[in-house]
Design a protein around this ligand. Structure first.
Ligand code: 5GP
Length: 203
């Protein structure tokens, strides 16, 4: 069986990554969204095991020591990490795995999985970005400012990504991401075995 595609989505807080990931998964049975581990406290309505696996710092450190995380990073003062097992298993089973992680994490994943697809999600404007974070109502004033300021720094890393998708309209952004995934799967270097088999008369 062919391995699935590893798709990494990053971008500033409020760019709408969470919504895009959820909608993408609803549109195809072949996507698997990786649930991260975090030391951040759950927000109202967040469910352990669905939004995140919520752990304390000791548990997080133990996972790091035991090499259970594919990558991890400190973001806005809390630790976040991607459980390795789930991602590797799903990829092997042929599922396309989506990671919604920050830039530090994405760069670490790129070292281990250079064949991954790295997509940067942009807000339509910085004003809209701030509106969205405020409207979400999940962060304190201090947290909002921290996230808003970080957004400018995060934009400096966009050149490390393969694609930029502006999330001004969710449906359109989803279509663009789906198009990226289709195009990536058609790349010659991802179809080597297939065309070699054809050339050798095996298919
Ligand atoms: P939030 O607290 O708003 O859910 O997430 C804060 C930031 O952490 C977001 O930029 C999100 O992409 C990032 N994040 C979530 N999970 C992970 C992870 O497993 N690894 C890394 N490096 N960043 C993550």
């Amino acid at each position: 069986m062919e391995n699935g595609l590893l798709i990494v989505l990053s971008g500033p807080s409020g760019a709408g990554k969470g919504t895009l990931c959820r909608e993408l998964c609803e549109k195809s049975d072949n996507y698997r969204l990786s649930v991260s581990v975090t030391t951040r406290k759950p927000r109202k309505g967040e469910v352990n095991g669905k939004n995140y696996f919520f752990v304390d710092e000791d548990q997080f450190n133990k996972m790091v020591e035991d090499d259970e995380l594919l990558e991890w990073a400190k973001v806005y003062g809390n630790y976040y990490g991607t459980p390795r097992d789930y991602v590797e298993r799903c990829l092997k089973e042929g599922y396309d795995v989506i990671l919604e992680i920050d830039i530090q994490g994405a760069l670490k994943v790129k070292e281990k999985f250079p064949e991954g697809v790295f997509i940067f999600i942009l807000p339509p404007s910085m004003e809209e970005l701030k509106n969205r974070i405020v409207k979400r109502g999940t962060e304190s004033e201090e947290e909002i400012m921290k996230r808003f300021k970080s957004a400018y720094e995060e934009l400096n890393y966009i050149s490390k990504y393969d694609y930029a998708v502006i999330n001004d309209d969710v449906e359109q952004a989803i279509k663009k991401i789906q198009a990226i995934i289709i195009a990536e799967k058609c790349k010659v270097n991802r179809n080597k075995e297939y065309y070699l088999s054809i050339r050798e008369g095996l298919l």
